[in-house]
Design a protein. Sequence first.
Lengths: 112, 115
Amino acid sequence: NAGVTQTPKFRILKIGQSMTLQCTQDMNHNYMYWYRQDPGMGLKLIYYSVGAGITDKGEVPNGYNVSRSTTEDFPLRLELAAPSQTSVYFCASSYTKNEKLFFGSGTQLSVL
Amino acid sequence: AQSVTQPDIHITVSEGASLELRCNYSYGATPYLFWYVQSPGQGLQLLLKYFSGDTLVQGIKGFEAEFKRSQSSFNLRKPSVHWSDAAEYFCAVEEGKTSYDKVIFGPGTSLSVIP
């Protein structure tokens, strides 16, 4: 009964490094989302996907990339990390639109 | 593009008092509306949602919300707050028109409860 699993939970990056945040769900959900949460700003949508092979930009996509080769996995790629990308990242999924989002436990990322 | 505002950044109430958290959205049609709660260090949990029909919806943990089309609002209420309700509350909206709908969140309201 894993739900939405995010790895890693914590990471520190140096400016200019790259990394991939992993997200996997075992509920056969079609919709998957990546959000970042900054204090006082709520959750901002980075990218989302409505099914394998289909992705689209959210509110704050710059500096990130995603892919969705399978229904289960939706990794988020950070290229050339910048201090502005210091945040808590949440992955979420739902079976279809207008349904409850299931959230992962988050990844706390610091770029120094 | 749709947007969500939550005018109150932080609210403090006494345990046992009533609570109302405000949410306003900007969208031409009736969107799908949600309230989520986030306890410290946790992910988000759905409290309730509104799609259509009765404008007063009931959720978990004794929460309810009322959709008012004329005011573009979807305020969350609870008659008597418990100390365990201290958390961050997020209103969210989904356009609901196409398969490519996005779920957009408001900035959140932090709730503190005085024993």
